[in-house]
Ligand binder design. Sequence first.
Ligand code: UD1
Ligand code: CA
Length: 474
Amino acid sequence: MKNFAAIVLAAGKGTRMKSVRAKVLHPICGRPMLYYPLRLLKELGAKKTVVVVGYGADEVKGAFKDSRKWGKLKFCIQSPQLGTGHALMCASKELKGFTGGDVLILSGDVPLITRQTIKALMKIHRRQGTEGGRKALPVLSLISTLVDDPTGYGRVIRDADGRVERIVEDRDLEASERAINEVNAGIYLVNSAFLFANLKRLTRKNVQGEYYLPDLVALATDQGKRVSALTHFDPEEVMGVNNRQELAKAASIMRRNINTELMLGGVTIIDPEATYIDYGVRVGRDTTIHPNVHLLGSTVMGKGSTVEEGSRIADSTLGDGTVVKSFSVIESSKIGKGVSIGPFARLRPENTIGDGARVGNFVEVKKTRIGKGTKANHLTYLGDSVIGSDVNIGAGTITCNYDGIRKYITRIGDGAFIGSDSQLIAPLTVGKDAYIGSGSTITKDVPAGALALSRPAQKILKDWVKKKGLKKRR
Ligand code: UD1
Ligand code: CA
């Protein structure tokens, strides 16, 4: 649609969330709830988007301040929050000068709404119908849906001919209207001239003493103007999130959609009900994801890879053919092709792991670069290190990178061999192809090709046990 502006309602506290955090900032699949309507408006090409904020305004604005991403966003502060109609009054000030088009109104707490649905709403909004014997375009179109339990929602009241007449909020219903199960989804497309002319006609004469946006419907029909409703077949898509139970439900629906899309794109997900993949994560074809895996944030996984059960990967890139074995944790790291991680490995932020490398069980790695084909298979801590290719890090190796005040770097050249149970006291450089004897504490740089040993020579005291009288009876 060519000429439309948008308003997103996001000022409410979300009392039913019982939270200090503004409702629209509660995350769903890795992004604040409000992200989804805003991204949709960007996709649809809204001329201007006004976000009405109030409760937690600074935090909400802060979450969307990146102007490269959110270019045309305008925020307006609604204080105090006197209802959804009042929120519109506040937003309309920002839309002065926007005429001759429509205003799309979305709720910050309806995160699952899709582009197709908004397109369909735009379509019915352009469809003429007869109103009072004349052909007329709707001044307002809204989305409704049929639900089993309409409690909490505004009900759509239709006249004898089935035309939308007004919307009544749950708390204002007559007993006879309670059973109506067509509900208002809180998504509207309104002719801007009608909107600006009628906002001032809204009143607070209702149980909550608020200005109700949906009262615009009765204002239109009272003036003999046409209102259209798109009755959505899928109540899940238009559900509002008002409490934590609905938050969990919305998240599970979104998760299901994310997993379905990945599976149809060639990813094997063993148990999609128990796989937690954030919005925006990418996974290559023929990758297999086992149950209870979390792929979070900006993670990108390559093709033909495997992530075994219980692993958590956040903001990381993993190359093709990589295997992450059970119960591993990976954060903000870049991992090459054909790498093997885990089981029980922990990669803290800022690692770069080269192709074909192996990081095995009970290995912790932090701010470390590991070269191609290097192995650290067991029980090791590698922090603030630069490790070349084809290095063997023996079991129990520790880079001692911290003196209580500062962190220091350990450098290990290509082809070096670090014997088991060694401590490398940084700052330290171990040259190419050098050997560190097992059990050494290395404090000085080791030249290329050298052997460094720092353990005391072995002594044998013959019959020592007997002489000490320590021999136990059997
Ligand atoms: C609203 C509709 C209801 C509809 C339901 C669909 C009204 C009066 N009722 O009810 O008909 O069935 O959505 O989900 O509109 N907000 C503000 N400023 C305010 C009050 C609210 O910006 O002063 C924002 C909220 O942050 C929220 C949205 O408007 O994002 C909806 O508010 P909420 O209080 O959740 O309305 P509902 O009771 O769900
Ligand atoms: Ca709501």
